[in-house]
Design a protein around this ligand. Structure first.
Ligand SMILES: [Zn+2]
Length: 338
């Protein structure tokens, strides 16, 4: 089969690779329906994370079951399945508590920009749809498996409630999906922080009520001004930089909550400041598996369309162009079709 391999920063190639095989009885092999490039794939691509030896890339997928291991009894070849970037048995104590992305058997996916993918912990990880959804739903279901699941977790962790005010920091695919989540959870006012016209437009389409273009102290001042001088009930941090984290912490009101889902890079939180702020803080890799049945239903019923975050569609063999377009911010998110 063929798939993406990163050799060095800004050097992603589409190469012939070994076909994945069942390694454990709990594995499944899927044939990729669609996959994509994630904002977090840009960290190694930009050299902000070491690349090391050449290795495959990608952690987002929806596909068709090709083969299952002997212990995978709930799935059969041909089914259309949605999963998550973190695999889980869905039975251990952490899974039972709803934190499947911290499953004791967790393995992170990392080979999904390819024609076929091995899924560990397949039984607990994959959710099969009833029949094969129309192709028009594939981008939305792909979004569910990562960016919407993560945006949903941001809203959940930030305790968005009906009638509340939510601020979304970050206008990447996760931030935009966090707007959908805040809206679905009933936030009355959703303030999206964005400087890019096309992303502002999508944020408004997804349910944002206000757009704030300022950043840093100025951004914090504008949020305060918009929230009665005290800050928002919920802040959804979807970037992971030092600046975005400060923005988030200072945008929440005393007693408010910050959900942080951007993978932190050089982020430090001042304990004294946090203590006196009365702001609640929760984050981490999203327990997407917890939300899958609900989010799949919302997409297939046509209630939400997170697939709109994909503003570039390419054949999988042009994966390198997908990285370039996202790196240069010509695209929010690149969808790849094998
Ligand atoms: Zn588990």
């Amino acid at each position: 089969m063929r798939g993406a391999v990163i050799h060095a920063p800004r050097d992603v190639r589409f190469e012939t690779l070994d076909d994945p095989k069942i390694l454990h009885p709990t594995d499944a092999i899927i044939r990729t329906a669609v996959t994509c490039v994630c904002g977090s794939d840009l960290w190694p691509y930009r050299g902000a994370e070491p690349v090391g030896d050449p290795h495959p890339m990608g952690h987002e997928y929806v596909g068709f079951v090709e083969e299952v291991g002997s212990e995978v009894t709930g799935l059969r070849p041909g089914q259309f399945v949605v999963g998550s970037f973190a695999t889980s048995d869905n039975t251990c104590p952490n899974c039972s508590n709803g934190f499947q992305s911290n499953c004791v058997h967790r393995e992170f996916m990392s080979t999904c920009q390819a024609e076929y993918v091995r899924i560990p912990n397949a039984q607990g990880t994959l959710v099969a749809t009833d029949g094969t959804p129309g192709e028009e739903f594939w981008p939305g279901l792909l979004a569910v498996s990562d960016v919407l699941g993560t945006g949903w977790w941001a809203a959940d962790a930030a305790e968005v409630k009906p009638g509340s005010t939510a601020v979304v920091v970050g206008d990447g695919a996760v931030g935009l999906c966090a707007v959908i989540a805040a809206k679905e959870m009933g936030a009355e006012r959703i303030i999206a922080m964005s400087r890019h016209a096309s992303r502002q437009k999508l944020a408004l389409e997804f349910g944002a009520t206000d757009i704030v273009t300022q950043r840093g102290d100025e951004g914090i001042a504008v949020i305060r001004e918009l929230t009665g001088g005290i800050g928002a009930d919920s802040v959804l941090e979807c970037v992971g930089t030092a600046q975005s984290t400060q923005q988030a912490l200072h945008s929440a009101r005393p007693g408010g909550s910050v959900g942080f889902v951007g993978v932190p890079h050089e982020v430090a939180v001042d304990g004294q400041e946090l203590f006196f702020s009365h702001v609640g803080l929760r984050g981490g890799p999203a327990p997407v598996r917890r939300y899958l049945p609900d989010l799949i239903e919302r997409v297939l019923s046509g209630r939400i369309d997170p697939g709109k975050v994909f503003d570039l569609t390419l054949p999988l063999e042009q994966v390198a162009e997908g990285y370039r377009a996202m790196d240069e911010r010509r695209a929010i998110k690149a969808l790849l079709k094998p």
